[in-house]
Ligand binder design. Structure first.
Ligand SMILES: C[S@@+](CC[C@H](N)C(=O)[O-])C[C@H]1O[C@@H](n2cnc3c(N)ncnc32)[C@H](O)[C@@H]1O
Length: 432
């Protein structure tokens, strides 16, 4: 890449346009995989930089009166823990899959801890020291599931950052976080049944849907989920095609999972979360009691609860996806005291009754929401264990639980997505 040329003369914040290069002092890390910098008083979210660095940044988005986005293109003063990113796709304008390849693993975890602590402080008024724990491995080759797109030129890979462009992953420039064999599997694929997409020529046959304001419209490219199971089996499932069933193992048990359905992507994550949930339940006598596993997927936490309540207790798993629920029903068939219900959590709550001793919830990135949190707390369970993949959603829901009389009594955080800004948390809540 040619050397960035500092924009001259120095523009005011309102005159910034994409492509301009300006010098900024990089401030703290923010949720989303970037750092905050100020230019002429205007907030800029800068990727590929680290807190405390001084950098030349290329503006990627600028709207008068709003925050901007930029990419660090030259580091003038580097953090001592900056490292050379090993992946060919990790660069300004490159892949959107990784955010922190330029930071040492320790620094990545400290950045994630800072984000989690900041979200809890700002959104839930919770101040507590946060540590993000490493999972086994060197931080590469861990992604056992990737969803890649195929463009009309035959390029396959993840999308570029905030763009529909496909990052062409191939064997000379592989994705370094993909699990062993997934780059090789991708290289064998020619396209979905029915053939590759063709480059659009002439007028569109269907009216083009406009993207909601502020969002990038993604052309409808075929997407494929590539999976490596714990047994080393590799599968490709094209979107819209029936996916195979596979077997995954956690807590010394086998679970049937849809190959393109939800399962933790880091090979050590499912067991780590199971252990953390069990720790959170320590000391609570659940025998003969009632447990709920909300957003239950194929029933992993329901399985733990079924053991904890025993044959005289009862467990319900609630899951919004029909196929995952059907698989949960099969997985839980070994426990007569457990059942899986296909419903949204919001709709299911009214029918679940008022008696519950323990609730495990593992909502999607958007969180459970204020209403669900209030309804859970109203049942007065002895403990609520919240498995979270988004620190902001966890913080918002922690605030809602606090309003309803539940305080966070323990919090663990895990680096289940090395090189990215994502993390998994297990938070324990009990009556205040
Ligand atoms: C993060 S996954 C957790 C799955 C499961 N606990 C596990 O560890 O395998 C979240 C699950 O919530 C489901 N889901 C999303 N929104 C839902 C809703 N409103 N009601 C019920 N389930 C929902 C998704 O289908 C997904 O299976």
């Amino acid at each position: 890449m040619s050397a960035p040329v500092l924009t001259q003369p120095v523009p005011a914040a309102d005159d910034l346009t994409p492509g301009m290069v300006v010098r900024v002092d990089i401030g703290p890390v923010a949720h989303g995989g970037h750092c905050v910098a100020r230019y002429d008083g205007r907030v800029m979210f800068v990727r590929h930089a680290l807190p405390g660095e001084v950098a030349l940044v290329r503006i990627t988005e600028a709207k008068a009166g709003s925050f901007g986005r930029a990419d660090a293109v030259e580091i003038l003063q580097a953090d001592p823990e900056r490292v050379d990113a090993p992946c060919a796709h990790f660069h300004p304008g490159g892949c959107g899959g990784c955010d922190f390849q330029h930071a040492s693993p320790d620094l990545q975890r400290r950045l994630k801890a800072e984000v989690l602590a900041e979200q809890l402080h700002r959104l839930a008024k919770i101040d507590r020291p946060v540590t993000v724990e490493a999972l086994p491995g060197d931080g590469f080759g861990w992604r056992t599931r990737v969803r890649w797109a195929l463009d009309p030129d035959g390029r396959m890979g993840p999308r570029s950052y905030r763009s529909h462009r496909v990052q062409a992953v191939n064997l000379s420039a592989p994705c370094l976080i993909a699990a062993p064999g997934l780059n090789e599997l991708a290289a064998t694929l020619d396209g979905p049944p029915g053939g590759r997409p063709t480059a659009p020529t002439g007028p569109a046959r269907r009216p083009v849907r406009r993207a909601p304001a502020g969002r990038h419209r993604r052309p409808e490219l075929p997407e494929v989920t590539l999976v490596r199971t714990q047994d080393g089996e590799r599968l490709a499932v094209w979107a819209g095609q029936p996916g195979a069933e596979i077997s995954e193992h956690v807590a010394d048990r086998d679970f049937v999972v849809a190959a393109d359905g939800f399962w933790q992507v880091h090979p050590a994550a499912a067991q780590t979360l199971v252990d953390a949930v069990l720790t959170a339940l320590d000391g609570v006598d659940l025998v003969g009691g009632t447990g709920w596993d909300l957003y239950g997927g194929v029933g992993v936490f329901a399985e733990l609860l079924a053991d904890a309540v025993g044959i005289t207790g009862s467990v319900v798993s609630v899951e919004g996806d029909a196929r995952a629920t059907a698989l949960a029903q099969r997985n839980l068939a070994r426990h007569p005291q457990a059942r899986a219900v296909h419903s949204s959590v919001e709709d299911a709550l009214a029918g679940l009754g008022d008696e519950v001793d323990v609730i495990v919830l593992d909502p999607p990135r958007s969180g459970a929401g204020r209403k669900v949190c209030a309804e859970l707390a109203a049942r007065r369970p002895a403990v609520i264990v919240y498995v979270a993949c988004d620190p902001a959603a966890l913080a918002r829901d922690a605030a809602a639980l606090a309003e309803a009389g539940y305080v966070m009594t323990d919090l663990r955080a895990f680096d289940a997505f090395p090189q990215t800004h994502h993390l998994e948390c297990v938070a324990r809540f009990a009556p205040a």
